[in-house]
Ligand binder design. Structure first.
Ligand SMILES: Nc1ncnc2c1ncn2[C@@H]1O[C@H](COP(=O)(O)OP(=O)(O)OP(=O)(O)O)[C@@H](O)[C@H]1O
Ligand SMILES: O=P(O)(O)OC[C@@]1(O)O[C@H](CO)[C@@H](O)[C@@H]1O
Length: 314
């Protein structure tokens, strides 16, 4: 039986992308075109894995009022759907694309609160998934009112069952989750600064922060740095990747693609350099498209050679 991955999204979203060339704050802005996609970090990670042919399951919370866009997406991509429905409607996050100025503005809503009973239902689903899934990716923000310990509890429970857990989140829930020592984390620079409580102005500062996390017992770390690429760490190894200069349509989900590619690299038994290359090629693959879709696997594999890889330490 193939090693299976499950992603958990406590706060999914419908990504409402609107194109507004020369978007101006405080002005009347006219929308050129719009597109709605299922989103939220764990949903995106699952979508990228599925596009690559990797079996994947999803869970978390969906508002009962607007599940159809998610259900049809999961069916189309062959994703096993184990979402728990809660009263209300899943949030719509607005992504304003200003292509002439190469800028994307994210307006992310707080999301649907869930009750202790809902959380207990999710725990039951996760317990069930743990019977035949080896990897769990816990991704994204938590809705307002969620206890800050939610990720820490999930990480601890899954670790007790011997599962590989990847955590990609932000704020206090991420900080507490990191304390529970997931196998891997993928902060972007802002999230790493928030986590360490200090500004990280250069590579040396980022590497020092990464070392702190390794010393605390995190197995693997990927720090994504937008157009500047990413830094990957495992044990004493440090690898920096940089993408080629490409035309970017949307960066939404590029970090989630990095998580998907990294997990797939590990599933394939690649070394850190191989995982870093595949993860960065996944991110690169998403940039030309709006919505959580990868180009065909052969084209992603080919683009691995376009990623500039620098070994910092081995
Ligand atoms: N403008 C860009 N040009 C080239 N590559 C990019 C660009 N933005 C992102 N990338 C690639 O995607 C990776 C992840 O992007 P980023 O650091 O923006 O993640 P993120 O902040 O977690 O994003 P998200 O939360 O939207 O998933 C980067 O490490 C880089 O390889
Ligand atoms: O509000 P969160 O949970 O931090 O982020 C949500 C989100 O911005 O993350 C994905 C891109 O990574 C989008 O699909 C989604 O809208």
């Amino acid at each position: 039986m193939p090693v299976r991955v499950a992603t958990v999204t406590l706060n999914p979203a419908i990504d409402q992308t609107i194109s507004i060339p020369n978007f101006a704050v405080g002005q009347v802005n006219r929308v050129e075109w719009e597109q709605a996609d299922p989103g939220g970090k764990g949903v995106n990670v699952a979508a990228f894995l599925a596009d690559f042919g990797s079996p994947v399951s999803v869970t978390g919370f969906l508002g009962a009022g607007n599940t159809e866009i998610f259900r049809s997406f999961f069916a189309a991509k062959g994703i096993d759907d184990h979402f728990v429905t809660v009263p209300g409607r899943t949030r719509a996050n607005v992504k304003i694309l200003d292509q002439p100025n190469k800028r994307i503005t994210d307006i992310n809503l707080p999301g649907l609160p869930f009750s202790p009973e809902n959380l207990a239902s999710l725990q039951t689903v996760i317990d069930r998934l743990a019977a035949n899934h080896d990897w769990f990716v816990l991704s994204g923000s938590t809705p307002a009112g969620t206890p800050d310990t939610v990720y820490a509890d999930l990480v601890a429970g899954l670790r007790r069952r011997g599962k590989r857990v990847v955590l990609d989140a932000s704020g206090p829930a991420f900080a507490n989750g990191v304390e529970a020592l997931p196998y891997a984390v993928k902060p972007n620079l802002e999230e790493l600064e928030e986590l360490t409580g200090r500004t990280l102005p250069d590579e040396a500062a980022i590497l020092a922060a990464v070392q702190d996390l390794i010393d605390r017992g995190i197995g693997c770390i990927a720090v994504s740095l937008g157009p500047d690429g990413a830094i990957f760490a495992e044990g004493a190894e440090r690898i920096a990747t940089r993408p080629p200069a490409v035309v970017v349509r949307s960066t939404v989900g590029a970090g989630d693609a990095m998580v998907a590619g990294f997990v797939l690299g590990k599933l394939r038994g690649l070394d850190l350099e191989g995982c870093a290359r595949l993860a960065s090629a996944f991110s690169l693959g998403t940039l030309a498209t709006v919505g959580p879709h990868l180009p065909p696997p052969e084209s992603v594999e080919q683009s691995m050679s376009e990623i500039d890889v620098r070994v910092i330490a081995r």
